[in-house]
Design a protein around this ligand. Structure first.
Ligand code: PLP
Length: 407
């Protein structure tokens, strides 16, 4: 046994699991693909922390962090096996996986993910934004993949420990954060199509700068219904990896037409989502009411975005307009545009909070909703309010401060 492995014994909270980990680590790879366990469920109190020997160099100016280009020093891993159940959660140095070629995730897309952020406030507290919403959505995604349940609250506790360990990576500047990517993978090394008996949960993170470094600008979308993203009874309402690969071809076609992404429609020409964001429209409706409208979650075609839900709640509180979860067809949207009733349109999600849609291409015609720089006031107000809540400038129950850890 080499020194590195002996070092494992010194890991934080070493318990029964630590012994197992050491045994496993004596195999060829430093961090084995699966670690067998004995825990009934995720157990954050047994977490193992194995620190990286050498930390990566951080950029002097956090502006230079491009989304998804830099990853922090550590990641969280939890394994599950139908027979031995959950491994102890492990925070280990960021590393690659080595997989059996038959591993189910590689063939059948048995995978789901989450996207959330850790923010620093002016007092250096670390905050999450409505994190249990992410955890519960993650659990639902796993269920849709026929994977066994896990305790979402315990998972959040483990993620808090990872973020605490990596806190120096979170820039202390409003608009900056660390993006967290929880992912669940079916890890059965078996080529048959059946529910995976093994899975891995992994969480890693990357520092990110503001989405709009050059100021708010609108995007152009290609509205089309040749390629649907989701349909009634499908999985559009779950954050499954399998939902995204088929969107890349229509997005590529859109990009060729100078669009940023696609406005996905359903088979009845109803608006569903703006790329990988929920879609919101502020208009004067046919009854001459000012209304914020977004597609409803009823038939599982729409991803239940946390930003979406937060916007609906804020807009209802503000009472400046009617707030509706309902359908809008392309015909209704274009009619409103022609009658100058379309006030604002934007995508919303964790990455950008608000992404104004200022132009649409639909059936070879371009509809200029507004100038690229002429971003709607309502969208800006939502953006600023949510950002202020996320960074603790507005105290709000949605902002979850993580407690200091003693390591
Ligand atoms: C993640 C995602 C969203 C936004 O969800 P948030 O919780 O607000 O980040 C919207 N649409 C799709 C398709 C998504 O994958």
């Amino acid at each position: 046994m080499n020194k590195k492995l002996l070092g494992l014994g010194l890991a934080f909270g070493a318990g029964i699991g630590a012994g197992l980990l050491i045994n496993k680590c004596c195999q060829k790879t430093e961090y084995p693909m699966y670690v067998e366990g004995t825990e009934k469920d995720i157990n954050s109190s047994k977490i193992e922390i194995i620190r990286a020997k050498k930390l990566k160099k951080k950029k002097e100016d956090p502006k230079d962090y491009q989304f998804g280009k830099t990853y922090t020093d550590h990641m969280l891993e939890i394994d599950y096996d139908e027979e031995t159940k959950f491994s102890v959660p492990r925070i280990v140095p960021f590393h690659n996986f080595s997989m059996h070629p038959a591993t189910s995730v590689l063939h059948y897309g048995i995978t789901a993910f989450e996207g959330m952020k850790a923010y620093k406030d002016k007092d250096e507290n670390i905050r999450f934004f409505r994190p249990m919403k992410n955890m519960n959505r993650f659990l639902e995604s796993g269920r849709r993949l026929a994977l066994p349940d896990f305790d979402p609250e315990e998972l959040l506790k483990c993620i808090e420990m990872l973020v605490w360990l990596e806190r120096d990576w979170i820039p202390n500047i409003k608009g900056y954060s660390c993006y967290l990517r929880p992912v669940i993978l079916g890890t059965d090394p078996f080529i048959g199509i059946k529910p995976s008996h093994k899975f891995k949960i992994c969480v890693f993170m990357c520092p990110v700068g503001p989405y709009y470094s050059g100021g708010f600008t609108g995007i152009q979308l290609h509205a089309q219904k040749k390629y649907l993203r989701a349909w009634e009874g499908g999985t559009g309402g779950n954050k499954l990896g399998g939902n995204y690969a088929p969107t890349l071809l229509p997005i590529k076609i859109g990009v060729k037409m100078d669009c940023k992404s696609v406005l996905f429609l359903d088979h009845e020409n109803k608006i569903t989502e703006a790329g990988a964001m929920n879609c919101m429209i502020l208009w004067i409706n046919e009854d001459n009411e000012k209304e914020l409208i977004t597609p409803s979650l009823d038939d599982n075609t729409i991803l239940p975005g946390i930003t979406r839900e937060s916007i609906l709640t804020l807009a209802r509180e503000w009472g400046e307009c009617k707030v509706t979860e309902g359908s809008v067809t392309m015909e209704q949207l274009i009619k409103a545009f022609n009658e100058k009733r379309l006030l604002e349109m934007f995508g919303c999600g964790t990455a950008a909070i608000i992404s104004p849609i200022t132009s649409l291409i639909y059936k070879d015609k371009t509809y200029k909703l507004s100038d690229k720089k002429d971003v709607g006031k309502f969208g800006i107000k939502l953006f600023n309010t949510i950002l202020d809540i996320q960074h603790g400038y507005i105290e709000h129950e949605w902002s979850h401060k993580i407690e200091e850890k003693d390591f």
